[in-house]
Design a binder for this molecule. Structure first.
Ligand SMILES: [Zn+2]
Length: 206
């Protein structure tokens, strides 16, 4: 799942450029920003983009909790961070295994393997969602407000999480990915049409 991006950075400074330290700092900031941008583009290039067929496939239960799985989790967490996302499912990197990574609380990123929703609130909420596999798309999606998730971590240890509203939304989005379901399937007709128009490759006629 993707954050909202605000590219309206204002880099105009009214103060005079007679402070070499401030200049150095501005150069350093610009360099850091350019690096983060480059890392984000590199990460997005490694994440399957719509209409990649892997995004429509159903992932399989994980049975082996081995080094291979732990390396996959490490890679997915790094990609999620670099892409500035808030969740990433294995199908988005072309791996058909039931796991996703997210940051459900202040405890840092974690992986949920073979996630199952064991309790869900009756109440739903409509809010905008983006997706690292659907660049430039934001659509409103109805989600259950709170849920309890069970599964395992990358070492095969049982996990049970009672999620807040934000984390519940991310979990539902990522579990959808494991079933080949995307936000454009969950939104209303009008927003779906708009989203598909954004995603359609431009045909240039000469
Ligand atoms: Zn997504």
């Amino acid at each position: 799942m993707a954050h909202e991006h605000d590219h309206d950075h204002d880099h105009e400074h009214d103060d005079e450029h007679n402070d070499p330290l401030a200049d150095e700092q501005a150069v350093e900031e610009a360099r850091a920003e350019a690096e983060a941008d480059a890392r984000r583009r590199l990460a997005l290039a490694q994440i399957r983009q719509y209409p990649d067929s892997a995004l429509r496939l159903v992932a399989h239960e994980v049975t082996e909790f081995d080094d291979d799985l732990r390396r996959l989790v490490e890679r997915m967490i790094a990609l999620m961070h670099d892409a500035k996302g808030i969740g990433l499912a294995a199908t988005q990197v072309g791996v058909l295994r039931r796991l996703f990574v997210f940051e459900p609380d202040d405890g840092g990123p974690r992986a949920i393997v073979n996630p199952t929703v064991v309790e869900r609130a009756k109440e739903t909420e409509n809010d905008e969602e983006g997706c690292l596999s659907l660049q430039g798309v934001r659509v409103p999606v109805d989600r259950v407000k709170n849920l309890t998730l069970e599964g395992k971590d990358e070492n095969g240890v049982d996990v049970r999480l009672e999620l807040d509203v934000q984390a519940s939304r991310v979990a539902q989005h990522e579990i959808d990915h494991l079933d080949g379901v995307l936000i454009i399937d969950r939104t209303d007709d009008e927003h779906r049409k708009e989203a598909l128009a954004t995603l359609r490759p431009r045909v240039v006629l000469r």
